[in-house]
Design a protein around this ligand. Structure first.
Ligand SMILES: NC(=O)C1=CN([C@@H]2O[C@H](COP(=O)(O)OP(=O)(O)OC[C@H]3O[C@@H](n4cnc5c(N)ncnc54)[C@H](OP(=O)(O)O)[C@@H]3O)[C@@H](O)[C@H]2O)C=CC1
Ligand SMILES: Nc1c(N[C@@H]2O[C@H](COP(=O)(O)O)[C@@H](O)[C@H]2O)[nH]c(=O)[nH]c1=O
Length: 624
């Protein structure tokens, strides 16, 4: 059971029930974990909202936002929940929802305005929870204005807006009005927010994928028997899954901008691909056919049901193309018909999300082209057998089980007699700060955004930008422990040795010597790290305070010594540089962006300094 929502204030009409259940977006672990600790938390006395309440209410905002999934395109799904603390009979302070709203569709009032209207006077001094930073633009500041006018004093934001030109804008505007804005991952960091953030990410997954990959969010959906067949050997497939599952498919269609099938599916199934039985959004139907050897009469050619596009190879059956056009079907020719180009085309048409309902042949092509992000597999408790019976995904060229694509955030749901297994095969591109944060920007590189999607990662020296690694073989001529110039084989040698430089202890001096003579940067790092652990008393006392400066000096020397490196660094202008070390969470960006990425920051800072967009002089820099 999901946790009960906080009560709505008496007299305030509850928001309409969700038209589509949000479980489709919530991975199993999210739902299960959220259920347990809630009761205990509400019993405790809190003067202000606890992290747990914040996280819970943010998830609620994401759920509210999900009510219009499929309808808001090309806009994201926005939800707003306004909450104020209320003292209950035991004098415990409980959060009370006083208003909720979501963007219903393009051109309708924004979530913040609706929630503020519902809350009325109760909004004064209250907190607003937003799954996504408002996207006020082109002189329209309704969202921010509604919160300000309503008297909201605190706003909790799940995600910054993924679009670059809007990112941070509303947050800044709210802050400039004196409103406290807490952004998850920046101002709010706590394990409770992991799930809330996931809800905020999933509800707007289409926009996030679209923004990051320049293709619409693509879900591959299929129904298969327990023995893994999507049709009998004859090609007959009606029906594998039960009625309830097929009803769910209508919902999935209703959340999508387009539904795609291959030519064979049209020939075998004569599908309709409509979101019938679900009121609301009707997706465009797209057929991919190279041969254009398609039936003269087909349900898909009835454009009264829904719009149909046939994507084909340039020059294919022009006579048939004309016949389709006469029926109102749009034919789009591609020089080379393939899933990626079709997805780029759909991107250009503004689609946010696409549902692939094709057979295994096209599904394999789409997976190979990396355009599928999520899979929804309906499994029916049936066996059809048949060695020639089609399976959901054709040839992917994999021969070892270790090559298998693992689902991320898998969820399982029983639908009548069937089971729906879903999971992502490409992680949701999380636009959490890739360091530096907004406030740090002026002191790192004013030319990059903290949420830049254009990221250049480097780690191993053989990577394209591997020369940025401190292990890369670029000797630097820098003073040693005696102040005499020494040729350090790598930046790593210099950096590790400086942990012990200046320490008045013979053992520390020996360590410095050992590092200077280390045969490789790996060895230098090993000596430096192990000695630091074994003999913390030998590490200079100011190390934590000076290590960033030490590193900066070393990389500055490295890049100014080698013009090819300077050029390489300058060629990355505008991109965020991330040392993608999964282990080093200070210098590296971590496995999932959890690291501080200080090496990346320093490189960006150096780049900015070389480009003249950043003061090289420390005093000048501090004054900036
Ligand atoms: N249970 C289920 O969920 C589903 C079952 N099915 C069943 O699957 C069977 C059909 O499967 P399948 O043959 O794999 O059909 P597909 O839907 O995968 O269609 C394959 C066709 O797609 C077209 N195509 C265009 N571009 C490409 C490309 N780059 N790569 C691959 N194909 C491309 C070609 O059409 P053309 O030949 O016209 O050029 C090709 O023959 C049927 O029996 C159907 O009933 C189908 C969908 C879902
Ligand atoms: N056979 C099969 C599915 N097949 C998919 O549904 C399409 C038919 O859609 P429509 O004509 O709108 O009902 C068909 O072409 C294929 O893409 N789907 C399922 O959920 N369960 C099933 O058992």
């Amino acid at each position: 059971m999901p946790p009960p929502p906080p009560p709505l204030l008496g007299g305030v009409a509850p928001a309409p029930a969700a038209t589509a259940p949000s479980f489709l977006h919530l991975p199993l672990h999210t739902r299960l974990r959220a259920a347990a600790p809630r009761a205990a938390a509400t019993a405790s006395v809190r003067a202000s909202h606890s992290h747990e309440d914040d996280a819970f209410l943010l998830r609620r905002a994401a759920d509210v936002a999900d009510r219009s999934a499929g309808l808001t395109s090309p806009h994201p799904n926005f939800g707003c929940v306004i909450v104020r603390p209320q003292r209950d009979t035991d004098s415990a302070v409980e959060p009370l929802v006083v208003g909720e709203g979501f963007l219903y569709a393009e051109g309708t009032p924004c979530a913040e305005l609706l929630a503020a209207r519902e809350a009325g006077e109760h909004a004064r001094g209250a907190t607003a929870y937003l799954n996504l930073e408002p996207g006020d633009c082109y002189g329209d500041s309704t969202a921010v204005g509604s919160l300000v006018q309503a008297g909201i004093t605190r706003v909790v934001v799940g995600l910054r807006h993924p679009l670059k030109h809007l990112r941070g804008k509303a947050i800044k505007a709210l802050r400039s009005e004196g409103i406290q804005v807490d952004v998850v991952g920046e101002d709010l960091q706590n394990k409770f927010f992991e799930e809330a953030l996931m809800s905020c990410l999933t509800v707007n997954a289409p926009l996030l994928y679209r923004t990051a990959f320049h293709v619409p969010f693509s879900v591959l959906k299929y129904a298969m028997t327990a023995d893994g067949k999507i049709a009998a050997s004859s090609g007959h497939a009606s029906w594998i899954s039960g009625k309830a599952s097929r009803g769910r498919v209508f919902e999935l269609r209703g959340r999508s901008d387009a539904v795609i099938v291959g030519g064979n599916t049209v020939r075998f199934d004569d599908p309709r691909l409509t979101a019938r039985h679900v009121k609301g959004h009707v997706p465009v139907r797209i057929v991919l056919s190279q041969s254009l050897n398609l039936p003269e009469e087909a349900n898909l050619w009835n454009v009264n049901d829904a719009y149909t596009i046939v994507a084909t190879q340039r020059g294919a059956r022009r006579d048939f193309q004309k016949k389709l056009a006469m029926k109102g079907v749009e034919v789009v020719e591609f020089d080379m018909l393939n899933p990626r180009d079709v997805m780029s085309y759909c991107y250009d048409r503004g689609y946010l999300s696409v549902l692939w309902e094709c057979g295994g042949t096209l599904a394999a092509s789409a997976i190979s082209a990396s355009v599928i992000h999520k899979v929804c597999a309906f499994v029916a408790p049936k066996i059809i057998g048949g060695s020639d019976a089609p399976t959901p995904v054709g040839e992917l060229g994999m021969s070892q089980m270790t090559q298998a694509i693992n689902f991320i955030d898998v969820s399982y749901e029983q639908i009548d007699r069937d089971m729906l297994m879903s999971g992502f095969i490409q992680p949701i591109p999380d636009l959490s700060p890739v360091i530096p944060s907004m406030d740090e920007i002026p002191s790192v590189d004013p030319e990059v955004s903290p949420y830049e999607t254009n990221i250049i990662s480097f780690y191993k020296t053989w990577d394209t930008f591997g020369a940025f690694s401190n292990f890369s073989p670029y000797p630097i001529h820098m003073p040693d422990e005696n102040g005499e110039y020494f040729t350090w084989p790598t930046v790593e040698h210099y950096y590790q040795a400086h942990k012990f430089v200046g320490v008045d202890n013979p053992q520390a001096r020996t360590i410095v010597q050992d590092i200077k003579l280390a045969k490789s940067p790996e060895e230098a790092a090993r000596i430096g790290r192990t000695r630091q652990k074994e003999f913390p008393e030998l590490v200079r006392t100011d190390w934590e305070a000076t290590k960033v400066d030490v590193m900066y000096r070393a990389i500055k020397c490295k890049f100014s010594t080698y013009p090819s490196l300077t050029n390489m660094l300058l060629s990355t202008a505008g991109s965020v540089l991330v040392e993608s070390s999964p282990h080093d969470l200070f210098w590296g960006g971590g496995r999932e962006g959890e690291g501080l990425n200080y090496l990346g920051r320093l490189l960006m800072q150096l780049r900015s300094e070389i480009r003249g967009t950043f003061p090289s002089n420390v005093e000048e820099r501090d004054a900036a």
